[in-house]
Design a protein around this ligand. Structure first.
Ligand code: ZN
Length: 281
């Protein structure tokens, strides 16, 4: 009987563990950097500039890379330095496969020492396409972005450009099995065809650049939230460096007017989803 009791405890513990394993976790590292952990435990890192000034895990001489010991995929919306960030170092440390356009992947390998094999998988893709990763648990769609893209060339000389070609800038939609559908806008300007992205993918969480100057101003970012039909709009790409918005107040006020749910993450914060439902914030 005692053994049966023990087994019951094990089964209960096991199912409790399964419940938490069914969660999708979204962590904001500051600026445009997010990591997403799927219900099956795969880790996707988007625009991993972890050494940005907002990241609490990069403060006081701390190494923010210790906070991401396991990464399966690195997604880059475009080649600018505040998005490529620490991708090369993280790729070397974790063996993660790169997901971005072929020109950016090629130049990162050629000029920035990104591990070639990890930049040459079938996860290299183009705008308009979809790929399945993580044994089919996640579908990634690459969406248009109105911005620019170049790769910083550390080997630049007087006659060799400092900025190499980075392909077209993009956004991503991540469709997670038993989890939310997440849209990361990259640094795009507002464009009305975001409505098509929303119609096609039914976005649960929209991670939108709101800082202006280089991308959407807060009011246009609110319009983007409306166009993609976001169930919740989460701001990113603000308050990081001079020239972009210092807070999300204008964005929040406009979303309130448009009756769109808003959630402001703190740098370093994680939110969880059970299925398509946000369970903790
Ligand atoms: Zn940027």
């Amino acid at each position: 009987m005692k053994l049966i009791g023990f087994l019951t405890v094990l089964i209960v513990l096991g199912s409790a563990h399964q419940v938490s394993a069914q969660e999708t976790k979204i962590k904001w590292h500051g600026h445009a950097a997010f990591s997403i952990t799927t219900p099956k435990g795969k880790v996707l890192l988007i625009d991993p500039w972890l050494n940005n000034p907002l990241n609490p895990e990069a403060k006081d001489g701390k190494d923010p890379l210790t906070a991401v010991p396991k990464v399966d995929y690195i997604l880059l919306t475009h080649g600018h330095r505040d998005h490529v960030g620490d991708a090369v170092e993280i790729a070397k440390k974790t063996g993660a496969a790169l997901i971005c356009n072929p020109e950016l992947a090629g130049n990162l390998a050629k000029l920035a020492d990104f591990p070639e094999k990890q930049a040459q998988t079938d996860a290299i893709m183009g705008i308009g396409g979809e790929i399945q990763i993580a044994d089919g648990e996640v579908t990634i769609a690459m969406t248009p972005a109105v911005h620019s893209s170049s790769v910083f060339n550390p080997k630049a000389t007087a006659t060799n450009a400092e900025r190499a070609y980075g392909g077209n800038p993009a956004g991503f939609v991540l469709i997670i099995k038993n989890g939310p559908t997440v849209y990361h806008s990259g640094d795009t300007a507002y464009f009305k065809d975001m409505e098509t992205v929303g119609e096609q993918y039914k976005v649960d969480a929209a991670l939108l650049n709101i800082g202006g100057h280089f991308g959407m101003e807060p009011l246009m970012a609110a319009k983007a939230a409306q166009s993609v039909g976001a169930r919740v709009a989460i701001p990113q790409h603000y308050a990081t460096f001079p020239g972009i918005s210092v807070n999300a107040d204008g964005f929040a006020a406009e979303l309130k007017r448009l009756k769109i749910p808003f959630y402001e993450m703190k740098p370093g914060e994680t939110i969880s989803y059970r299925g398509k439902l946000m369970v903790k914030k």
